[in-house]
Structures are given as C-alpha cells and as structure tokens.
Design a binder for this molecule. Structure first.
Ligand SMILES: Cc1cc2nc3c(=O)[nH]c(=O)nc-3n(C[C@H](O)[C@H](O)[C@H](O)COP(=O)(O)O)c2cc1C
Length: 205
C-alpha cells in the first residue's frame, strides 16, 4: 500500500466501533514502530502506558473533557515524557555496553559528553527535550496504524496531572500526548484540509 495513500486514508477518529477490536498482533506492530522511532542521542526518554482496561479508560475519558474516543478505543496509548534525562544517560550507556567492561570503557567519553550536554539544560528544557522525542514516536505510531488500516486519534486534550494520578505514574514521568486506536464508527466530520506546499515549504536549491 503506497505510504501516501495510508496518510490520506487516516483521520483523527472521534468515535470507534464497538464491533471490531484491534488485534494484539497489530498492537504489537504499532508498539514496535514506537520503539523503532529515532530519538535524540537514541535515548528514548519516554514511557508509554497501553491501556485497555475499561474502568481505567472510563476514568481517563473523564479526565479528557469527555472525549468519547478514549473510552471507545481498543487500546489507548498514553505517552509520558521522562524528566530524568541525565540518569537516563547512565541507563543508556549500561544497556549499550551489555555487561562488557571493554565496551563500557569505550563508551565513557560518550557518557560524559551527553551528561554535560543535558546537564546544561534547565529542568523545563529537559522536559521539552523529552517531549520532543515523544512526538516523533507518536508520528511513527500514527503512520504504522494507518499502514495497518487501524484508525486512530492523536490527543492532547486531557488533564496531565489527572492522567498521572489515574495511571499511578512515578514523579519522573509527565503525560504528554496520547493515541487512541480502534476502528472508525463513522467517517471524518469534514474533508481533510492541509495548507499548500507554497505555504509550508521553501526550496533553497
Ligand atoms: C498533538 C495532537 C493533539 C491532538 N489532540 C486532539 C484531541 O485532544 N482531540 C481530538 O479529537 N483531536 C485531536 N487531535 C487531532 C487533530 O485535530 C487532527 O489531527 C487535525 O485536525 C488534522 O486532521 P486529521 O488528523 O483528521 O487529518 C490532535 C492532533 C495532534 C497531532
């Protein structure tokens, strides 16, 4: 299926059908797309909650200005930005070394450069940096879902502090954006609109 056909097919679904559920296999493909998304320094400074529990979805809907697609989704993915960027450097380096002391030694320079770079950021800047990575993962998930002909709705319309409470997130996570997955109950409210190429792009050739 040509990629652009998939992008034209998708839209931000407001209601999902209760007759058809996204399969566990397709969910795994979307999660793998999230895992494979590129991130700054390759550090993947996010964590995602994959919610299918009906009671929890109901609570999340209430914390999302009553948006129905939250509760009607087969799976609702809540992306949270990690606030512990500097500690994440250590986790990343240890994981890259995979217990090999020689590899670990060869990664020490990288550790120090990355720690220095991230330590220069204020706590707010670190969260912004982590959030930026979350949105790349969201984009990959949206594209993967469309390729699988799974409907979706990316969402920011929720109360982050409420989400953190409902999902019992640790203090090191801040809910940033979410993605509802399911099968459309109805078509889009209006035709797809996008600004023109002239509006969006300047070629410097
Ligand atoms: C980061 C982000 C947050 C969004 N939040 C919501 C939301 O809370 N509720 C909703 O119904 N749509 C939400 N949308 C969907 C957009 O309104 C929609 O993607 C946009 O109007 C373009 O339409 P299309 O996705 O149908 O092509 C969000 C989209 C993005 C990318």
């Amino acid at each position: 299926m040509p990629f652009l056909d998939s992008l034209n097919w998708r839209f931000a679904a407001k209601h999902f059908s209760s007759d058809k559920k996204v399969s566990a296999e397709d969910l795994d493909t979307v999660l793998e797309a999230i895992r494979m998304a590129p991130t700054s320094f390759g550090m993947q400074p996010f964590h995602a909650y994959v919610v299918s529990n009906k009671d929890v979805l109901k609570e999340l809907r209430a914390a999302s200005f009553d948006q129905a697609q939250v509760e009607e989704s087969s799976y609702y993915i809540v992306f949270a930005a990690r606030t512990d960027g500097v500690d994440r450097v250590d986790e990343h380096i240890e994981a890259l070394a995979a217990g090999d002391p020689e590899k670990l030694a060869s990664l020490e320079k990288m550790r120090s450069i990355r720690k220095k770079s991230l330590s220069k950021k204020s706590p707010e800047e670190l969260v912004t940096w982590a959030r930026n990575q979350v949105y790349i993962a969201l984009g990959f998930a949206l594209a993967a879902a469309a390729e699988l002909r799974i409907d979706s709705c990316p969402m920011e319309g929720f109360l982050p502090a409420e989400y953190a409470k409902i999902l019992q997130m640790p203090d090191t996570l801040i809910p940033a954006v979410s993605l509802a997955l399911g099968y459309r109950k109805e078509g889009p409210e209006r035709p797809k609109f996008r600004f023109s190429n002239e509006d969006l792009f300047t070629h410097v050739s």
